[in-house]
Design a protein around this ligand. Structure first.
Ligand code: GLC
Length: 711
């Protein structure tokens, strides 16, 4: 029995196995390994390949949509292993963004729970289910920076704070890659995609180098440091150089600066799109530019397959560039064990519906992500005296809308609505009347009469308004963040009846409330809470759960205020100069806003020292007391402001957060250990970090103190 070829010998170092395999491959075989083939109805924005286009020599397949399951994966893998000359296994990717069969809240909602451990747990649970369905690699976490909620993909972000997104990026990578059943993670969309002009998806982005280093790059660097095995280059033209052909970001920063050794996959057709963007005159030129910049795996358009062999033979693309791209792809395949275990065995999760444990985790996350924006006169929880409740609005009985835009294998018909969950939880003898009143969008008012009649007969009203899942996510750009259709008109008509009215919002973004807010007593931002949305919302409405979410994104009053975010740099003149003449310049609800059914008091911030220098640490503490009669969870967000620096610094920079449950009457000390080099230094326009002497202000809720950094 001859010894196995070195690349097949798992006892050898990965680097050795890669070189051995590289030396055995023909140019065509190498190039096919750099092709990723999309199968199934990936998503409505991307047309997938046909089955007759699948080749045994392809490096990767995307398992999105209904056609993608374990049997499909193993059949394709059998083709790759048996029918290709060297039997190289393919790697199977999938958009497992916030759940696979059991769907967690959208990432924007998850961020409002301010709990990295919850994010990690949810990713680990999702990885188990996804792997059981054939997935080796998820195209997540999405860590784009966005301060424009017109952009539909704001729903997929972890909010507007680069610091928070960095912590959630780390937690996601660890959850996906270090859980019981690891799958490879993918940081996307590298980089600056969230700045799409006008919130219009696929549009160019103009991002200053300073903002790139302040806001857009940190979550990717955090994810790389956490060990992410891949990065996805984005669609956007970044300051005139598209990110899928941008050597500065893909090689100079990602490889040379951060020493990233994983693989870079382009986004769907992003190499082809270089033609649309005017960055290449021919398909061959687009191909050459992408691989020269540092894109290793070409998703979907097939340009690498079609053009690289002849580009290499013509000396336009050096063979070394193909070999280097292939080394990175093979390294990930070896590291995740694909050569030893190319097939995934079916297990109890493979054909299962969402498990009880996964649904419980989704429900816990959904409850934690809801944000109580307003609660005048303790309108919520619904009073025990309210025997007749009217639930009004198109989201009352909606199901699929609760799951968000990347519901993967989550099913609307398995997702109880708000109405269903409220009905089973209302005490005996209570009456619930449900009226949609109008559709999510469209101009029909014929449901108004029944809705108003239900409201008139009720002791209290719950409005359930919001968006369809197609109104956010990829290609979900909207010119206004007003509620669609006649929902605002319905809300005002119901509110005019004067009943105690609470508004529940199911949306993928903040929405305009400046007309409705003064007319309703309570508002809950539920976002798109996932498979257990109905239960979470009902439990909060009835007081079974105490809401604890805090906004991870600024909530504008009007679309016209966008962009509006907490980490803006100071203005040249103080209000009211330069403010809008027609609406306040402040947000409707600030970043970090969120109420509870109890009340938390903050003591003064205490500092261990009045000054600190590099190499030292300074401890900030604040005592928070639960002054209410029920337990509640409080999140302390620690901000700084550097009022005078060599580069103007934001009015507020989030630098630490901690969330904890406090019993009624409990006082708890929240502590932040300030390390100047980590927490007080800031990047310049080339990413060099500066720690400067001078005053620093520290904020926690309404409390603030100042200390000095010494040279
Ligand atoms: C899509 C998205 C990206 C996704 C990929 C594969 O167009 O931009 O987020 O991972 O294609 O579906």
């Amino acid at each position: 029995m001859s010894a196995p070829a070195p690349f097949r010998d798992a006892s050898r170092p990965v680097a050795e196995r890669i070189e051995d395999l590289l030396g055995r491959l023909t140019l065509e075989e190498k190039v096919d390994q750099l092709h990723q083939c999309g199968i199934g109805d990936a998503n409505p924005n991307n047309l997938a390949a046909r089955a007759d286009e699948f080749r045994a020599t392809y490096g990767s397949f995307i398992l999105n949509g209904a056609q993608a399951d374990l049997a499909t994966r193993n059949a394709l893998q059998r083709m790759c292993v048996d029918q290709s000359r060297l039997g190289i296994p393919a790697i199977f990717g999938c958009d497992v963004i916030h759940g696979y069969r059991a769907i967690a809240p959208i990432p924007l909602a998850q961020a409002c729970a301010w709990d990295t451990e919850l994010v990690r747990r949810a990713c680990a649970a999702t990885a188990e289910m996804a792997h059981a369905h054939g997935v080796d690699w998820t195209f997540a976490p999405m860590v784009d920076h966005c301060v424009d909620p017109r952009w539909g993909r704001v729903a997929e972000t972890f909010g507007e704070s680069a610091f928070a997104a960095s912590r959630f990026a780390e937690a996601s990578v660890r959850g996906y890659q270090e859980g019981a059943t690891p799958i490879a993670a993918c940081l996307k969309h590298y980089v600056g995609y969230g700045a799409s002009e006008g919130g219009r998806d696929y549009s160019p982005t103009e991002v200053s180098p300073q903002s790139l280093w302040d806001n857009h790059l940190p979550p990717f660097e955090a994810g790389v440091r956490a060990g992410a095995k891949s990065v996805m280059s984005a669609f956007n033209d970044l300051n005139g150089v598209p990110t899928s052909a941008n050597r500065h970001t893909l090689t100079e920063i990602l490889r040379e600066r951060w020493k990233f050794d994983g693989l870079v996959v382009s986004d769907w057709n992003a190499v082809l799109q270089l033609l649309n963007q005017g960055f290449a005159a021919t398909e061959a030129e687009a191909t050459a530019r992408a691989i020269a910049a540092g894109v290793d795996l070409n998703m979907a358009d097939g340009f690498y397959r079609q053009h690289l062999p002849q580009l290499v033979r013509a000396g336009v693309v050096p063979l070394a560039a193909v070999d280097e791209a292939l080394r990175r792809v093979l390294r990930v395949k070896f590291e995740i064990g694909l050569f030893e275990r190319p097939f995934i065995e079916a297990n109890a999760l493979t054909s299962a519906a969402p498990t009880v444990a996964q649904l419980a985790l989704c429900e816990e996350f959904a409850v934690r992500s809801l944000v109580l924006l307003k609660n005048e006169s303790d309108t919520l929880p619904l009073p025990a005296t309210a025997k007749r409740v009217a639930l009004i609005g198109p989201l009352a009985t909606e199901r699929a809308a609760l799951l968000g835009s990347w519901a993967q294998q989550g099913r609307g018909d398995e997702t109880p609505s708000i109405a269903e969950e409220l009905r089973v939880r209302l005490p005996h003898g209570f009456e619930l009347r449900v009226e949609s009143g109008c559709a999510i969008e469209g101009g029909a008012r014929d449901g108004f009469a029944d809705a108003l009649a239900a409201a008139r007969d009720a002791d209290c009203v719950v409005l359930a308004l919001g968006e369809q899942w197609t109104m956010s996510g990829e290609n979900g750009s909207r010119s206004t963040i007003r509620l669609p259709g006649l929902q605002e008109e319905l809300a005002l008509a119901v509110a005019a009846l004067g009943k105690p009215t609470a508004l529940v919002l199911v949306t993928g973004r903040p929405v305009e409330l400046h007309a409705i807010e003064p007319r309703v007593a309570a508002i809950v931002a539920a976002w798109q809470p996932g498979s257990r949305a109905g239960a979470a919302i009902a439990r909060v409405l009835l007081g079974e759960a105490n809401p604890s979410g805090r906004l991870a994104i600024t909530w504008p009053r009007t679309t016209g205020q966008i962009p509006l975010f907490h980490q803006m740099r100071p203005r040249a003149r103080r209000e009211p100069e330069g403010c809008y003449q027609d609406v306040p310049t402040t947000p409707h609800y600030a970043f970090g806003h969120g109420l509870s059914y109890t009340r938390f008091d903050y003591g003064q911030i205490r500092l261990s020292h009045a000054s600190v220098r590099a190499g030292e640490t300074l401890v900030a503490e604040v005592t928070v007391t639960n002054r209410g009669t029920r337990a509640g969870r409080e999140t302390v967000l620690w901000f700084i402001r550097d009022p005078a620096a060599s580069i103007t610094r934001p009015l507020r920079e989030l630098k630490h957060f901690e969330s904890a449950e406090l019993a009624a009457g409990e006082a708890r000390v929240f502590r932040w250990e300030i390390v100047p080099e980590r927490d007080l230094a800031f990047p310049d326009a080339v990413g060099a970090r500066r720690l400067e002497a001078g005053e620093i202000q520290v904020f926690a809720a309404e409390r603030s103190v100042t200390f000095t950094v010494l040279a």
